[in-house]
Structures are given as structure tokens and as C-alpha cells.
Write a protein that binds this ligand. Sequence first.
Ligand code: 5GP
Length: 193
Amino acid sequence: MRALEQRILKDGRVLPGEVLKVDGFLNHQVDPDLMFAMGSEFAQLFREAGVTKILTVESSGIAPAVMTGLQLHVPVVFARKHKSVTLIDDLYTAEVYSYTKKTSNHISISKKFLSADDKVLLIDDFLANGQAVQGLFDICDAAKATIAGVGIVIEKVFQSGHQLVEDRGVQLESLAQITSFDGDRVHFASEND
Ligand code: 5GP
């Protein structure tokens, strides 16, 4: 998505550890117009997938997920993050290792918001090694829900998450695909088009 790539080039900063900081429009301050455009793009890409629900992880997945739900007219559920979970009877939970924070968190979703009748679109801000998406897969599996696809705002294709989603055999759509960082420069897959 051209507008997203341009915004990354304008406002993104490459940090050590192959982390892209985009807190000016996605991870802290949010640009609603860009979010709305991204929601339209995801809605168009997954319009035929029979999505009944969108799942994401708090907090940075919520804005793009809600904008997509708005345009597919389906509810959006965000998994909550906890250090540990004690009362888990009415929760689906999974353990997720955080790429940026280098710590493990549990994520959880109330059983009342996910069922075997759901066809779920997973949305997240970044795809790096795929731990967040794997946690959402685990939660969907526990609920016996079907995965309709995975929508990612920014994918770092040189990390292992892409393969993890491909192995699952579900539709993966990323609005910006970063192929490499070169110092503070960002390269996109679209440069080779
Ligand atoms: P994964 O679970 O795929 O390894 O990493 C995905 C999660 O880590 C995302 O939800 C995001 O919060 C965070 N993340 C991974 N890579 C980056 C990055 O380059 N920049 C930012 N801001 N967050 C990242």
C-alpha cells in the first residue's frame, strides 16, 4: 500500500535489533485517516473470506482491526495481555514471547466472544517471528474456530513469521512488506515490482 510505505519512509525510524519505530502514526499517536484507508484495504482483500469476527492483540492491533471491522461489519475482539493468568476457567489463553520487549506474556480472550461457529480474521500491526500470530492461532484452535486469514500492517519478510503463517496454509496479506533495513534506510518488496 503506497500511502503506508510513504509514511514509513517519512516518519519511521530504524532502531537496533531490526525494529522499526512508527509511533508517529501507528504505535502511539494514531493517524485515523491512514488507519481508515488500511481498514478499507483489508476489507477489500478479505471481503470474500466469510469473516464473522476479527481478532487482534492489545494495544497496537486495535486501531487497524477496528477500521477493518467497521468496513466488514463484524465485531472486533482484542486479546488482553497479562503477566500471568490465574483465573482461566472462562478464558482462552496462550503464551506469547514479545519480539520488542523480550519477555513472555499471556494473552487471553473470554470464551464468550469466540466459538466454533466463527471464521476469524487475525489482524496485527507487525509480523516479525510470528509469535503473536501463533498465540492467536492457539486461541482459535482451542475455541475450534476457523481461521479466515491473517492481515498485517507491516511485515518484515526477512524474519520467520511469514513461513509460520504460510505453513498454516491461510491467506496472508501485508500492507507493507519490508525486505531489509540498510542502516536507517527501509527497503520494500514493491521496489522490485
Ligand atoms: P512477532 O510476534 O511476529 O515476532 O512480533 C510481532 C509483535 O511484535 C507485534 O505485535 C509488534 O507489537 C511487535 N513488533 C515486532 N517487530 C516490530 C517492529 O519492528 N516495530 C514495532 N514497533 N513493533 C514490532
